[in-house]
Design a protein around this ligand. Structure first.
Ligand code: PAF
Length: 285
């Protein structure tokens, strides 16, 4: 039976109670519209913890006024059914007012790591993410928290936040889950028309081209980035970035070392997709 906690107090009580019973808490923060990517995080949490909590909250703080907050998919009944089928112990699904009551004015901000890439194109986004996740970590208490690597910069930022603030949370990052044709699973994929869905695969084609070149010995970042960019340029309506960066700091690099993160954000009509690969790491995307 999956319990539903609608208030922060009820969620805290459920996690405290689990720990009192000797269980380790595994936390999977989400914004709902759950797909196999999220459910792989649930499985990863289950492998590490005996009490699994999923949070479902479309966090208004991480959306800019021009972002897609209103059209972000909300599929709570289906999400709850997926959580129940996966053996989730508790789903925390608060109303926005419960997370941000009137007068709310405290924010958590991580420094340099939030500046480039997503931070440059979505000002304020990471402050919204770190603020809500700090609250979720605080409510869940000591736990292992599982995040997907599709949001590559996000998982680095959240790991940094947990470390810097001595939060009793082990942040674990799990591999990207892809469709059979390679497209990274995303709640936003459902916005794509059939024609856009085909064009969307250009990102993984670019990532594969760079991954193969790296595997063949190419280390020049301009060359690797250009290989990835070419198909994205041809298929997408606009590109925010295609960038090869240090995999830990996201600082620009001229030559890739043993590993390098190659990250993409691009638009198909009103839909913005992100994806990435760490060159020098299996699996090939
Ligand atoms: O990755 C997401 O879905 C969100 O950014 C998160 C971590 C649940 C915070 O709202």
């Amino acid at each position: 039976m999956t319990a539903v906690a609608g208030t922060p107090a009820a969620f805290r009580a459920a996690c405290d109670d689990a720990r009192r019973r000797g269980l380790r808490v595994g936390l999977v923060p989400t914004m709902g519209a759950l797909h196999e990517g999220h459910l792989s995080l649930v499985d990863a949490a289950r492998a590490r913890a005996s009490f699994v909590a999923v949070t479902i909250f479309v966090n208004p703080l991480q959306f800019a006024p021009t972002d897609d907050l209103d059209r972000y998919p909300r599929t709570f009944d289906a999400d709850l059914a997926s959580c129940a089928a996966r053996g989730v112990d508790v789903v925390f699904a608060p109303a926005p007012d419960a997370m941000y009551p009137p007068g709310f004015q405290t924010h958590v901000a991580v420094g340099d790591l939030t500046e480039p890439l997503e931070g440059a194109f979505r000002p304020g986004h990471f402050d919204g993410v770190t603020t809500v996740v700090a609250k979720l970590f605080n409510l869940a208490g000591p736990c292992v928290a599982c995040f997907g690597r599709k949001d590559y910069q996000q998982q680095l930022v959240l790991r940094r936040m947990a470390y810097d603030l001595d939060l009793p949370v082990e942040v674990v990052s799990l591999p990207i889950v892809r469709e059979p044709d390679g497209l990274a699973r995303s709640s936003r994929n459902r916005y794509l028309s059939a024609e856009e869905r085909t064009r969307a695969c250009a990102i993984v084609q670019g990532l594969r081209a760079a991954w193969d070149a790296f595997d063949g010995g190419e280390r020049d970042v301009r060359a690797l980035t250009a290989l990835c960019r070419a198909p994205v340029d041809a298929a997408f309506d606009a590109i925010d970035y295609v960038a090869t960066r240090d995999p830990e700091t996201l600082a620009p690099v001229d030559r890739a070392q043993e590993r390098a993160a190659l990250l993409v954000a691009a638009h198909l009509g009103p839909t913005r997709l992100i994806d990435n690969v760490v060159l020098g790491e299996e699996p090939r995307p």
